[in-house]
Design a protein around this ligand. Structure first.
Ligand code: ZN
Length: 451
């Protein structure tokens, strides 16, 4: 029997939400604007125009690298990636190849109840291209996006399924949103990704499975899937592609190295073109921008901007005794995490456990719009709903049983379902403040005692 191991690496591009573009002072806000209103000689790639780096873009890229635990290259530079395409007016993209801002790093995910760290290869900074708009018989270019700062986060080829890829992407999106450096909106294109997929034959004779771990050579081909714009499609496209490649490998053939698209309607991938190798881009250091050298002190200063990250919030909440299922929902947004923590402090003084508070915030989204004091007040009122004392409950039961001799008789004759009716009678008198469980037990007791 064959054993096929999928090997997946992801390249995620996120547009930084800086005010200005990466190498000129044009506005970087391009979404939904009139075409070609945010342009200048630099981002139009006119001859002789010189790029001037946006320091805030660089700082945000360093911040991302720090948050994801990457090693920072304090001295780095930009490189030219040469290729021709109509959305790239200069004929090259300013990117990083030889010395990316961040090396390594990891993103922790939770898969089937187990924690796994997804290892990163590098984090680098580059400029976005223009946007092509295809109409029936013509293609138009909008340069508003040309030169917007773009951070690329590249994983090592360590993912093994569509689900794992989806969980990684959701985690990355969450972390970047906590950092506040990008809105990471896949539909608007501020978060885009490419998946590299190959499948390895790990069929070994029985008893020699331990060799699998040692033999970590990658297959000598990979297929890239481009333009995946939702988490759901990422998962579908990857799973489809793994099966497609296995079918080819089972015929003792090798899948072609190529770039494929994903057909949303049919749910299949399709061939677009053969994939370029790095050597095709003829990378060389960007001569118009001198290399950078950050001091340890400057990096420390950027580090101070790091907020508490989602996994740190989670750890804290779990330590407070909050159930994992509530934690997962609350930490989806930084705003909600903050609200939870602020309210938990107040709740403690009022005898409301963090787990109880979390449950309320998850199950009653309307509460999230209130300030902490009001949330606590509302929870307290809600909890005191069944606040009626036993003495009072007993009194209402006695009254209700007296008024309903028929139902009492039915109950005695074994028609236990009338219990619900009797509880309702008591609640009507108690204005809903009687604990239903206690009420039920007391009714049975009173009937047995000869009511
Ligand atoms: Zn410009």
């Amino acid at each position: 029997m064959s054993f096929w191991r999928p090997i997946i690496g992801l390249e995620v591009h996120v547009e930084l939400n800086t005010k200005a573009k990466m190498f000129c002072r044009c506005s970087a806000r391009h979404f939904g604007r009139k075409p070609n209103v945010h342009t200048c000689p630099v981002c139009l790639g006119l001859p002789g125009a010189l790029p001037v780096p946006n320091i805030e873009g660089i700082k945000r890229a360093i911040l991302i690298a720090l948050a994801l635990g990457a090693r920072i290259n304090k001295d780095f530079w930009f490189d030219r990636k040469n290729y021709f395409y109509p959305d790239l007016p200069k004929g090259f993209q300013i990117s990083q190849h030889f010395k990316p801002i961040g090396l390594g790093g990891q993103v922790p995910i939770l898969i089937k109840g187990k924690e796994k760290n997804i290892a990163l290869d590098n984090i680098h900074l580059e400029e976005d291209t223009g946007k092509l708009i295809h109409k029936e018989n013509e293609s138009l270019v909008d340069f508003n996006r040309s030169g917007v700062p773009l951070v690329e986060i590249v994983t090592q080829p360590v993912l093994s399924s569509g689900l794992e890829a989806k969980l990684y992407l959701q985690r990355l999106q969450q972390a970047l949103r906590y950092l506040g450096v990008s809105d990471c909106d896949m539909e608007k294109g501020s978060m885009r990704l490419e998946a590299n997929i190959s499948v390895k034959d790990e069929t070994l004779p029985v008893g020699r499975q331990e060799l699998i771990m040692k033999n970590d050579k990658l297959p000598d081909y990979k297929v890239e899937i481009k333009n995946l714009n939702s988490f759901k499609f990422v998962q579908k496209a990857i799973n489809y592609e793994i099966q497609r490649q296995i079918r080819i490998l089972e015929k003792s053939k090798q899948p072609q190295q190529e770039t494929r698209g994903f057909d949303l309607k049919k749910g299949i991938t399709f061939s677009q073109r053969s994939k370029e190798a790095a050597k095709d881009y003829r990378y060389f250091p960007e001569p118009d921008i001198p290399p950078f050298k950050f001091s340890k002190k400057e990096i420390e200063k950027i580090k101070k901007r790091l907020p508490k990250l989602p996994w740190e919030w989670e750890e804290e909440m779990i330590k407070m005794g909050v159930a994992r299922t509530w934690v997962k929902t609350i930490t989806k947004s930084k705003k909600l995490s903050k609200l939870f923590m602020e309210t938990a402090v107040l709740g403690k003084a009022e005898g409301i456990e963090p787990d109880q508070l979390a449950k309320y915030l998850v199950n009653r989204p309307a509460l999230r719009k209130e300030p902490p004091e009001i949330i606590i007040k509302k929870i307290k009122t809600d909890l005191s709903k069944f606040s009626l004392e036993l003495k009072e409950i007993k009194k209402y039961i006695t009254q209700a049983l007296k008024e309903q001799p028929g139902a009492v008789g039915d109950f005695k004759n074994g028609k236990v379902q009338v219990l619900g009716f009797l509880i309702g009678q008591v609640q009507a008198k108690a204005k809903g403040k009687a604990d239903p469980k206690i009420t039920a037990a007391e009714i049975i007791k009173q009937i047995k005692n000869g009511a």
